[in-house]
Design a protein around this ligand. Sequence first.
Ligand code: 6GU
Length: 248
Amino acid sequence: MRLDIVTIFPEYLEPLNVSLVGKARTRGQLDVRIHDLRDWAHDKHNTVDDTPYGGGPGMVMKPEPWGEALDSVIGSAEGDDRPVIVVPTPSGRPFTQQLAVELSAKPWLVFTPARYEGIDRRVIEEYGDRCDVRELSIGDYVLAGGEAPVLVMVEAIARLLPGVLGNAASHQDDSFAPGAMADLLEGPVYTKPPEWRGRGIPDVLLSGHHGKIARWRRDEAFRRTDLNRPDLIERADPAAFDKKDREI
Ligand code: 6GU
């Protein structure tokens, strides 16, 4: 997968050299190209923002540098060879695990993290005519810019790429992944030693009884979801839970 990121803070994206994403890059599974938007700002101060039409606080990112940057990155790509453009914005649709799965199947993503009050609307319209543009938010809070959301989205997407995660099974039972635990948060986990500071582990996990262990994990997942995210249980199809219960 190829990822291009256009930003005024390339150094903000240095965490992409580390850990899972960094390893995917050195292994050649992920081709990440970071671009400085100011390379396409041509005045003496490399200006990328200006005051909003209609007044109001803050600054808006100017269309010309974004237009030149995206033309340069996208080049002459046509049809299915064009990238999906991801525009991080608190006004976007929620970025979910389902979207991470969908985007992880694309060959090429371009991210446009903005600072200030966002990018001149005409840029989104212009590239929306040519490419699949997704305006996405990572949650109901406001950040100072889209760079941290890009780190979040890239990590969520990269770990789904074939061969990136050590154990292919390990994202099958992720919270929010489709499957037996669909719509439930993951329950608690334990490892050695069997006793720590006087605290043991649930006997069922030592029983070797796979059916009972699966049932226990499901009950714990349900309990944690009820406690932390009751909205997920209310939203779920009760029939789906009953069916999954019969499978265990
Ligand atoms: Cl994608 N950008 C900004 N600036 N704030 C956010 C966000 C994105 N998602 C949630 N808050």
